[in-house]
Design a protein around this ligand. Structure first.
Ligand code: ATP
Length: 243
C-alpha cells in the first residue's frame, strides 16, 4: 500500500450495546490518509455512538471489535490522550468552553503545542476565516450563536493540528448561510490534507463534499462507495436525499 492510500482509521466488527439496546451491530469502516469520508444515516442509526467508540467517550457499555488509528489499536486510549495522538473531534452540540472567551477557547485547542509563534499565526488564520470570532474574541463563548459556536468548535479542534478530524453533524441547527460557510471550511481543510470523518444527516451536502460515503441504518452499514456514485444512486436518493 502506498502512502497515498494508507489507512488512517480502520474499524472492524465494531459492536456497541447500551444495556439491551444494540446501537452498533458489527460495522467495518475505513478512512484512508487524506480522505474525506462521510457517514450518513437517519436519527438513531448509531453514527454518534461510532464516533464515541473511536474517541473513547462512550458511557459504560459493551464494546466489541477493533479500532486502529495509524496502524495502532485505539482501544484503551483515554479520551484525554486522543489529542496527543493528533486526533480531534468536534462533537454534536459543539462542546465549546462556554465560560471562557473565544480567544481562550482557541488557545485551549493548542494546549499540546508549544510553538508560540505558530499558535499566534493560527489564531490569526482562524480569525480571518471567521471574522465574527475576531470581533467577539474577548466575549464568553457561551454568548455566541449556535452557528458561531460551531465555527469556534471547528477552529479550536484545528488549532491542535490534527491528522484526523471527526465531525459530528456540523450542520445541525445552523442557518443555510452558516451551513454553507461550515462546508466551505470542511472542503478547504480537506484540501489542506487533513483526513476527515464527517457524520451528517444532511446527506446531500455531505456526499457532495466527500470522497467516499457509508450509509448507516439501525446500527449496520447498508451501503458504501464513491460519494459521487452514491449521490446518483436511486436507493440513496429515495431514502436520504428526498428525491
Ligand atoms: P442522531 O443523529 O440522532 O445523533 P445517531 O445515528 O448518532 O443519531 P446514536 O446517537 O449513536 O445515533 O444512537 C444510536 C442508538 O443508541 C439510539 O437508539 C439511541 O437511543 C441509543 N443510545 C445512544 N446513547 C445512549 C445511551 N447513553 N444510553 C442508552 N441508549 C443510547
Amino acid at each position: 500500500m502506498n502512502e497515498a492510500n494508507m489507512s488512517m482509521l480502520k474499524i472492524s466488527g465494531l459492536k456497541v450495546a447500551y444495556g439491551g439496546i444494540k446501537a452498533v451491530k458489527g460495522i467495518d469502516l475505513e478512512v484512508n490518509k487524506g480522505e474525506l469520508v462521510t457517514l450518513i444515516g437517519a436519527n438513531g442509526a448509531g453514527k454518534t455512538t461510532t464516533l464515541k467508540a473511536i474517541t473513547g467517550t462512550l458511557p459504560a457499555c459493551k464494546v466489541e471489535g477493533t479500532i486502529s488509528y495509524q496502524g495502532q489499536p485505539l482501544k484503551g486510549t483515554h479520551s484525554f490522550q486522543i489529542v496527543e495522538k493528533k486526533l480531534a473531534m468536534v462533537p454534536e452540540g459543539r462542546g465549546v468552553f462556554t465560560r471562557m472567551s473565544i480567544h481562550e477557547n482557541l488557545l485551549m485547542g493548542a494546549y499540546t503545542r508549544n510553538d508560540k509563534a505558530g499558535i499566534d499565526a493560527d489564531v490569526e488564520k482562524w480569525y480571518s476565516v471567521f471574522p465574527r470570532l475576531k470581533e467577539r474574541s474577548t466575549s464568553m463563548a457561551g454568548t455566541l450563536s449556535g452557528g458561531e459556536q460551531q465555527m469556534l468548535a471547528m477552529a479550536r479542534a484545528l488549532m491542535s493540528h490534527p491528522e484526523l478530524l471527526l465531525l459530528d453533524e456540523p450542520s445541525m441547527g445552523l442557518s443555510p448561510i452558516m451551513v454553507e460557510k461550515i462546508f466551505e471550511v470542511i472542503r478547504n481543510v480537506s484540501k489542506e490534507g487533513i483526513t476527515i470523518l464527517l457524520v451528517e444527516q444532511n446527506a446531500k451536502l455531505a456526499l457532495q463534499a466527500a470522497h467516499r460515503g457509508y450509509v448507516m441504518d439501525s446500527g449496520a452499514i447498508t451501503m458504501t462507495g464513491d460519494a459521487a456514485a452514491m449521490l446518483n444512486d436511486p436507493r440513496v436518493q429515495a431514502a436520504y436525499l428526498g428525491e
